[in-house]
Ligand binder design. Sequence first.
Ligand code: TXA
Ligand code: MG
Length: 318
Amino acid sequence: MVEIGTNINLAKDLLLRGELVAIPTETVYGLAANALNEKAVLSIFEVKNRPFFDPLIIHLASIESVKLYADFEDERLLILAKHFWPGPLTLLLPKKNNIPYLITSGLDKVAVRIPNHAISLKLLKSISFPLAAPSANPFGYVSPTEPNHVKKHFGNRLAYILDGGKCEVGIESSIVGIENDTVCIYRLGGLSIEAIEKIIGPVELKINQSSNPKTPGQLKNHYAPKKPLFVGDVKKLKQKHHLKKIDLIYFGQDEIKLDDYTNIYNLSETNDFKEAAVNLFKFLRLADDSDSEIIICSELPDIDLGRAINDRLKRAAR
Ligand code: TXA
Ligand code: MG
């Protein structure tokens, strides 16, 4: 079985040789390869069973190094980068010629971010190429927030898992770009709209659920457990499915009758969105692996990180 460890030099050597290494970030674990080595990048798509129309994010350690591979076409994106990097923000920037179209699925913009995780930043600083890294889960499944999640999915299909403990944010980065001179959000994520608008003013939301999305993170049935998941009014859902064994995921102080459920998980008893984001994927995994038949989940208030969490839940739901 693949080793989980903290050996940065080993991770570096393996990446240099074109191997796949899982890396921790503050959002979720990534399945990383040398972004300039097309053979290595191809194996990311293979191992994840990911369609080639779904482009990859590249990870770097500094704004200077980002400028080697992409242009900050708009002052507002540079302001966001300076403000929130390293952090859960991905920017769509015009790519330079050195970034293979395999990374961008043929698009002229590349998704870039500087992750906020000490061990991965150290690794990124020690190499002279960007790391292409999608979330380290099979395509369409719940993202991994602990090294063991990655190991369970991929076993021996990757060379090493760099151990950075549990992810501190727990949901993927927010994806931001420019369209028609307007700053747009393409994926709700670990950085709230409120935080972004505080720095650069109003932004436009472009997170539709069409069947032909620009960003596959927009696909319905993404982030999905294998079991049926129903999201909405918990009491009504419970009545509708009363003959089934149910795991319940909820948020805050709702009064819940404990004996009605096989397992109950509270995303945050203190209504803390950050805590809820950290717990979300872990609880979806636990509920998926339990002996219940279905999962019911309440929606969170549609503000702050609640919005990104609701977005994940709705896409994962039936
Ligand atoms: O937090 C994160 O962003 C994590 C960590 C590992 O950095 N990565 C992640 O990658 O969530 P992934 O591949 O699971 O999701 C990246 C999303 C995809 O939905 C992809 O379509 C979109 O970013 N994306 C990547 N490049 C793009 C591009 N050039 N234009 C539009 N969307 C892009
Ligand atoms: Mg993903």
